[in-house]
Design a protein around this ligand. Structure first.
Ligand SMILES: Cc1cc2nc3c(=O)[nH]c(=O)nc-3n(C[C@H](O)[C@H](O)[C@H](O)COP(=O)(O)OP(=O)(O)OC[C@H]3O[C@@H](n4cnc5c(N)ncnc54)[C@H](O)[C@@H]3O)c2cc1C
Length: 297
């Protein structure tokens, strides 16, 4: 997400500093967008940056920062002009997570995992040269980065790790039996087939879009369509799987469940986050309505 955004908006020096490390996977980034009071309404963010000579002094806190406890650097949205209209006083800045004043608190989930953190910024001094794009024009960079993020989430469908899930067909045949190599239950066969057709058509559309981006076309508001459809389709897939698995789809741990079944349950739960991370489905529908269909605000 940050690499393409740097290519488009970063200075030569910023590109030379960060892109080689990104390409060689020598640096881990985290995303400092969301705040305790600013999620869908991201532009209301309150993390403040005050000018001090060649630096900014940053104060505030970011939340749901995925992997912040393992990250080397953060790309972060800060308010550099509190008096400007909310979208116009934001800047996009980069800093080393080891900078004094940055502290990270992992958030423990009911699953026992801590995939994300709250990140506190207390008098964090960052050189002004770390701003990407123009001061107070960070919203433009932020939106472009989100388009890359949304295309990526919509294309790969997320997933929660763990053992690889069985295919829909395999599970449907196990649960409903098979007849001549087909899923025996006609209703289930119909729903699985419909899902597979949608998957195939969506796959062709994402492939076309991938070819366009290889041809140098930057993502557009269409990325909201991919984010919306890809994540809803992924959730539908896991809803179908868990429904077909019955009791086996409800396991969390224990010898009575096999590892593949446990993997499906975890991925089913993780799939719910796909339509929240990177902007919720409702937010994507708002963008599609306004920016693609041209409906009034
Ligand atoms: C797995 C995961 C990883 C994440 N990683 C990061 C990260 O690394 N960095 C980061 O900065 N953030 C991260 N986030 C945070 C994510 O971007 C926010 O959760 C998301 O933008 C929604 O914000 P919120 O949680 O504050 O929900 P809210 O904005 O409070 O929304 C609550 C509900 O209201 C609905 N809603 C809100 N506004 C509207 C509207 N105008 N119209 C219709 N419905 C509306 C939403 O759709 C949602 O259903 C992550 C989230 C998840 C789930």
């Amino acid at each position: 997400m940050i690499g393409p955004a740097l290519l488009e908006y970063g200075t030569e020096e910023q590109c030379m500093q960060h892109l080689p490390k990104i390409v060689r996977q020598e640096i881990v980034w985290c995303q400092g967008y969301s705040e305790p009071g600013s999620g869908s309404d991201l532009a209301s963010l309150q993390t403040r940056a005050v000018s001090d000579g060649d630096d900014y002094i940053i104060n505030g806190s970011k939340i749901w920062t995925s992997g912040a406890d393992h990250a080397d650097w953060m790309f972060c949205l800060i308010r550099t002009d509190p008096d400007a209209p909310k979208h116009e006083g934001i800047s996009f800045i980069l800093f080393d997570m080891k900078t004094p004043g940055v502290s990270v608190k992992p958030i423990l989930l009911i699953s026992g995992a801590s995939p994300f953190c709250q990140t506190f910024l207390d008098d964090v001094r960052v050189p002004k040269s770390h701003i990407v794009g123009e001061v107070n024009k960070g919203w433009t960079v932020a939106k472009r980065l989100l388009q890359y993020e949304r295309t990526s989430i919509g294309g790969i469908g997320g997933g929660g790790g763990g053992p690889r899930a069985k295919t829909l067909d395999e599970i449907a045949k196990e649960c409903a039996g098979e007849n001549d190599g087909k899923i025996a239950d006609p209703d289930l066969r119909d729903r699985v087939t419909q899902h597979r057709i949608n998957d195939h058509v969506y796959g062709l559309t994402t492939r076309r879009s991938g070819e366009e981006s290889r041809a140098g076309v930057a993502p557009t508001f269409m990325s909201s369509m991919f984010k919306y459809y890809g994540t809803e389709q992924n959730k539908n897939r896991y809803d179908l799987l868990v429904e077909m698995m019955g009791v086996n789809g409800l396991g969390w741990s224990g010898d009575e469940f096999d590892q593949a079944d446990l993997g499906v349950t975890r991925q089913w739960l993780r799939s719910k986050a796909n339509s929240i991370e990177g902007g919720t489905s409702e937010v994507q529908l708002n963008i599609i309505a306004k920016r693609i269909l041209g409906l009034p605000d």
